[in-house]
Design a protein around this ligand. Structure first.
Ligand SMILES: [Zn+2]
Length: 417
């Protein structure tokens, strides 16, 4: 059976040019004694926006690992797939993130709900999860409400899982279940019963991505109370440990944090808690390689700097259109965005430090960073020109991508000094 290692990172690479730099970060962590499994992920939405196909991610992953003589495990993740779009991912992916968000809240049939509540009755009363100080108070009404909210979604996950299994064969791929793209977080008690439902569907889920409290905006830091997140994260982790035994789920089942990248405020908490419990983690990052490409091109100067300045100017003109698909995962204060004319006079290093995520740097502007992050479509519209610039300035750009993954993500999360 394909098994995901204890520590793994989901790497996004929108334009498919940075796999080698990302892999170097993984290999350097290994030299420091931290073994991380790289997983290249790309969602259907991103493929559509850029005009790539799932097979492109497979080609990139295979070619960069081969070139680097990387012989350990790596995976290609069909990220946030659903019933409609899973087919096109099946041949090239060996990791599937089945997204059930759209079905949460849709009610299963009355008979199904009744059967589930009957089976779950044994948890009624005070449900004790080892390690969590306060037992959960489970009533029959609570079980019914939880079934009404999640049972249908778990059944859909089962249908999609079996569709993939039929084509790929049992044990030939990793399964993740995601429910992070919803309005409200799932509580640890809900997570327990969701895992019970997935166990009933016999889905060998190896990673699960709940929604946590706070905001996980794309490419910027966590917005919320890190200590509160830590409590929630630790409870979820303990629930998973208990659920694995109760529901015969894979023993390596672990939390997947769909981080949207750059959640520096919570990385030390995650690192500390997984160490304390000797648990694993899958940290999924967003396609912020694109931001690092822009930073690298700005630093390269000349025509590359001109190009990224033009992208920024255009992003101001099209700001509303660009932000709409990401409304739930960005917070841009328009009044804090520098004007086109001002930016046109900037040096490359001023442009780069305005969008490079170094908290405390006086030039860092998270509003500009988020706007550029959602503006990758503007580069996709000038794709030949963009690829030429990337290839010409490959060294500087690759170094930016590497430093970002290694120093700002891996070292912070796994406490590498
Ligand atoms: Zn997600």
């Amino acid at each position: 059976m394909k098994k995901l290692g204890k520590l793994s990172i989901g790497l996004g690479d929108r334009f498919g040019h940075q796999g080698a730099a990302q892999l170097k970060a993984i290999m350097d962590a290994s030299k420091k004694g931290v073994e991380i499994v790289p997983v290249w992920n790309k969602s259907n939405r991103e493929h559509t926006f850029i005009g790539t196909v799932p097979g492109d991610v497979r080609k990139e992953a295979d070619s960069v690992t081969k070139a680097a003589r990387f012989t350990k495990d790596y995976f290609v993740d069909a990220d946030h797939i659903n019933f409609e779009n899973v087919d096109r991912f099946i041949p090239s992916s060996d990791f599937f993130t089945i997204d059930v968000a759209a079905w949460i809240g849709q009610k299963a049939g009355d008979e199904d709900i009744k059967v589930f509540v009957g089976e779950a009755e044994k948890y009624k009363g005070k449900l004790i999860i080892p390690g969590i100080p306060k037992p959960f108070n489970i009533t029959r009404l609570y079980l019914r409400q939880t079934a009404e909210k999640y049972l249908f979604a778990s059944k859909m996950a089962g249908i999609i899982y079996r569709k993939i299994e039929k084509q790929k064969g049992k044990g030939n791929f990793i399964t993740e279940i995601s429910m992070d793209e919803v309005a409200h977080p799932q509580t640890p008690a809900e997570l327990f019963f969701i895992l019970m439902m997935l166990g009933r569907e016999k889905i060998p889920v190896q990673t699960i991505a709940p929604k946590f409290q706070g905001r996980f905006n794309k490419g910027v830091d966590y917005a919320g109370l890190p200590e509160q997140f830590a409590l929630e994260f630790e409870s979820d982790l303990l629930v998973i440990g208990h659920a694995v035994k109760e529901f015969r789920l894979p023993e390596n089942l672990k939390i997947s944090v769909h981080s949207g990248s750059d959640k520096f405020a919570i990385y030390p908490h995650i690192g500390r808690i997984i160490k304390k419990h000797n648990s694993g983690i899958h940290l999924k990052t967003a396609g912020t390689t694109w931001l690092e490409e822009v930073i690298g091109l700005a630093e390269s100067g000349g025509e590359a700097l001109t190009f990224v300045k033009e992208i920024y100017a255009k992003s101001l003109d099209k700001i509303d259109e660009l932000c709409v698909p990401y409304a739930d995962v960005i917070d841009i204060d328009k009044s804090s965005l520098p004007a086109k004319d001002e930016v046109s006079g900037w040096t490359g290093s001023k442009f780069a430090s305005s969008i490079r995520h170094i908290p405390g740097n006086k030039d860092y502007n998270p509003n500009m960073r988020q706007l550029i992050h959602v503006s990758f479509k503007l580069a996709a519209m000038r794709i030949d020109e963009y690829y030429k610039l990337l290839e010409k300035n490959n060294k500087i750009v690759g170094q930016c991508v590497y430093e970002n993954v290694y120093e700002r993500h891996i070292c912070k999360l796994f406490n590498i000094g």
